[in-house]
Ligand binder design. Structure first.
Ligand code: SF4
Length: 820
């Protein structure tokens, strides 16, 4: 056996680079990694089966044994280094049939390729050396042309990731097809742009504080000369933009972005300090991808930047405002312990972190990789905000384009296999603003004589732009449709012709406008309709209901057998605790459940249902909040996140005490979200839901689901007061057009077989009020995998493709149009 200070050699096969490392430093890194991060959720079940529980040293010993090197770390590392020397990320690294997890390899690479600097790559030779790749001789000239056209800059963090992940390399590594001229230079047309300020929406603006990024993602317009070489604004320019905001009372939110705005701290400080004093500003959203590819920026100097943000957030809170951080992850291989730590730290301090994900062909376009990515981020405390389909059509990024149908199919996969709390909105950023698929917008038809473009119905109207961007109405690629909204041409392939839904006709009929009702009429029903939801499969227990593959509802007085059921099924990630009265009445029972779930690492969220949050907020005393906070575990390793699930029917129900309470809980890292049933004559108008969405956001409450149909209270109330599907599209249109993107709920239909997204993962069949819903993400095997003796309930029919069709009550179809 070699001495521990023995030096081992790594020879990088393609670059020829040789590096010496001590065995001692490698063993220490391995031990440290397994000790802290050797848990199933981070290393995967089969690797965890090898290392098992225990201390780092015991895990190292088991790993060495399984790899065929018992007590011989020198042999293990000699083989591992030889494999890392050849690695280009396209295949796993396997020793004696043991596949080593990506995060473990990253920990070892931090020893071999240490540092946090950036490298600008100017020549093909340098590219080969840094990335350990070899170009074919015939490709060199073209690759040099790529480097001269679109520069390459990489952080050491990404360089390490790229060595062992093809999916990270795919995002940052230059490629010859970048010279393909198809696509745009920019996805917007400049109609909203004035200096550093961009106003695409009436209620929010973008501040572009820094025009460059630490790295250049190959799919992004930033790599273009005209984008990256734009002059950076000065603090005086920032001040001018703040004055514009101060003079525009309709602007409530500022998205501070770039490039990476944190690369210009002077501008960042000027913006935060100035906007803080503008009375009508409610929220600052700071956008950075550095959490994924340059976590060092946040963690260096003992987390100086994190401390700065927390300080500024408190100052904002003193003025009734808040800060959020927007970031972006694409593939689970980008996740690092450092990035999870940054997210948890911010969320624990009351700064919401939300994630946006561009949908990249051949990278994150199937579903399972997004399930893993979003689950890890959620455990750390992040909210999942958008998936952008398709990736923006920029010059030289055709390899990343996927048809719309693929994005929607991935959305269906997520609905079946991911917690409902983590499913992002599926949207497209058109040149005049975003639209959410098959609710606030849809594909209308192909553009005549241009195979590369489709018409998309947007939620925007000519009137909307008149006030702040009248030039948007003069674009040549738009038209105003019969319902008065704008259709815009968008460069994309549809992938499935049946997704062209055509124009929405005007509403048929009309008749008498029903008298609106107040919430008082329905409140007694809410109490009667409490309790856990019906189970979609048999659980054998009256106190445990399986409502999704990933989620159960459990009575606060649950039996031990219920907890065994949860423990025995690793697909369950979410437990909703439902008390006979309210969560605040059952804190000690909840503590018992949480304690039991601490031994159940696949569960990463406990959600407490509480109507008292709305109707008796005073019952959340400091003692209750403190006890709940003590149960909330926002950590990198085996997180168990606590959330409050409440319900608001109308904006009138929200009062200042709800804002105060939500803030107290947020500052202890506890998220509050609201689910709202759409109720005929009570809140089924665009105005009512727009106001509710706006007021929830102001109060710091996440508007999670707007139930279109299917909750018990809807089954009772909406039979006599049906909700028109036409109104659902009007609601989605208005909320998208006039609200913040952060206000938009998911439009959900609940059925006896589970939940689906209105328009997206479901289709409505039938006429008038005799309607059924086809559940696109599910088939019989989905249910038998949870309960082998499952059979379709009597009322369910199966379509020829094997998908269930379930009757739905309380809805009214007024036209032949698919969504209305
Ligand atoms: S970090 Fe964001 S803005 Fe910068 S290049 Fe990547 S995607 Fe573009």
């Amino acid at each position: 056996m070699l001495e521990r200070n023995t030096e081992l050699n790594v020879v990088f096969e393609h670059s020829g680079e040789e590096i010496q490392v001590t065995l001692e430093s490698l063993v220490a890194a391995l031990n440290d990694f397994l000790d802290h991060y050797g848990v199933k959720s981070l290393v995967g079940p089969s690797f965890y089966g090898i290392i098992q529980a225990g201390e780092g040293q015991a895990k190292v010993a088991r790993l060495l044994e399984a790899c065929g090197y018992p007590d011989r770390p020198d042999g293990f590392f000699a083989e591992l280094l030889a494999k890392l020397g050849k690695a280009d990320g396209t295949g796993p690294i396997v020793i004696n049939d043991v596949e080593l997890p990506h995060l473990l390899l990253m920990a070892i690479l931090e020893v071999i390729l240490p540092g946090e600097r950036f490298l600008s790559i100017r020549s093909t030779e340098q590219l080969e050396k840094v990335t350990n790749t070899r170009l074919a001789d015939g490709d060199r000239a073209n690759m040099q042309a790529v480097l001269d056209t679109y520069p390459v800059r990489l952080s050491m963090h990404t360089i390490r990731q790229m060595r062992v992940s093809r999916d990270v390399a795919y995002q940052y590594m230059p490629f010859l097809e970048e010279l393909d001229p198809a696509g745009h230079t920019n996805t917007w047309i400049g109609q909203f742009h004035q200096g550093l300020l961009e106003q695409m929406y009436e209620n929010r603006v973008i501040f572009l504080l820094n025009m460059s990024c630490p790295v250049y993602c190959r799919f992004c317009f930033r790599k273009h000369k005209e984008s990256r070489n734009e002059a950076n604004p000065t603090p005086a320019d920032v001040q001018k933009a703040i004055e514009h905001v101060a003079n525009s009372p309709s602007i409530k939110e500022i998205v501070i972005t770039g490039g990476d705005p944190f690369m210009n701290r002077k501008n960042m400080a000027t913006a935060i300090d100035g906007l803080m004093e503008v009375k009508h500003v409610q929220c600052l959203r700071l956008a950075t991808r550095s959490i994924a590819y340059y976590p060092h920026m946040f963690l260096s100097d003992d987390g100086e930047l994190l401390r700065y943000l927390k300080r500024k957030n408190l100052e904002l809170q003193d003025r009734g405002k808040r800060m959020e951080v927007a970031t972006h992850f694409i593939h689970p291989d980008e996740i690092s312990p450092q990035s999870l730590e940054i997210i948890s730290d911010l969320v624990r301090s009351g700064i919401a972190v939300y994630v946006q994900t561009p949908f990249l062909n051949d990278c994150n376009d199937q579903g399972p990789e997004l399930v893993r990515l979003f689950s890890l981020l959620r455990g750390a405390g992040a909210e999942l905000h958008y998936i952008y389909i398709p990736c923006s059509p920029i010059h030289g990024n055709t390899v990343y384009w996927a048809p719309i149908s693929k994005g929607l199919a991935a959305g269906g996969y997520l609905r079946a296999h991911l917690s409902d709390r983590v499913i992002p909105r599926i949207c497209t950023a058109t040149p005049i603003g975003k639209m959410d698929w098959n609710s606030s917008g849809w594909a209308v038809e192909p553009v005549a004589e241009n195979d590369n473009f489709i018409w998309i119905r947007s939620p925007y109207t000519p009137d909307y732009f008149k006030q702040f961007a009248p030039i948007a109405n003069e674009l040549e690629n738009i038209r105003v449709n019969e319902e008065g909204t704008i259709d815009i041409q968008y460069m994309a392939q549809i992938g499935d012709e049946s997704l062209f839904l055509g124009p929405r006709p005007l509403r048929l009929g009309g008749g008498m406008t029903p008298q609106p009702e107040t919430t008082d009429a329905v409140l007694p029903l809410l109490t009667e309709c409490g309790g856990i939801a019906p189970s979609i499969v048999q659980t054998g227990s009256a106190t445990l209901s399986r409502v999704h593959e990933t989620r159960v509802e459990i009575d606060a007085d649950a039996m031990d057998e219920d907890l065994y059921y949860i423990r025995g099924d690793e697909r369950i990630t979410d437990v909703v605790v439902v008390s006979k009265t309210d969560a605040v009445d059952s804190v000690s029972q909840i503590r018992r459940i949480v304690r039991a779930l601490e031994e159940t690492p696949h569960v990463n969220a406990v959600r407490l249902r509480s109507l008292a949050f709305n109707y008796q907020p005073e019952r959340f005393t400091p003692a209750v909040i403190d006890q709940l906070a003590a149960m909330n575990r926002l950590t990198m390793v085996n997180p168990l996140r606590l959330e409050i699930e409440t319900q608001f029917l109308t904006a009138d129900e929200l009062r200042p005490e709800h804002t105060r309470l939500a803030r107290q809980l947020n500052n202890r890292g506890i998220t509050v979200y609201a689910n709202t049933p759409l109720l005929g004559r009570i809140n089924d108008t665009a105005e009512a839901i727009h106001l509710l969405a706006y007021t929830c956001r102001q109060a710091g409450i996440e508007f999670h689901h707007l139930y279109v149909a299917g909750l018990p209270v809807q089954e009772r109330w909406n039979r006599d007061n049906p909700v028109a599907l036409y109104d659902v599209v009007d609601i989605a249109t208005r909320v998208r057009r006039e609200g913040s993107g952060r206000e938009i709920p998911r439009y959900i239909i609940r059925t006896i077989l589970g939940e689906v997204d209105f328009g997206l993962s479901s289709t409505i069949v039938g006429k008038d009020e005799a309607l059924s819903v086809k559940l696109l993400p599910y088939d019989l095997s989905y249910f038998t995998a949870m309960a082998p003796d499952f059979a379709w309930p009597e009322t369910v029919k199966e379509d020829p493709a094997g998908r269930p069709v379930v009757p739905v009550a309380g809805l009214l179809k007024t036209t032949d149009f698919a969504l209305s």
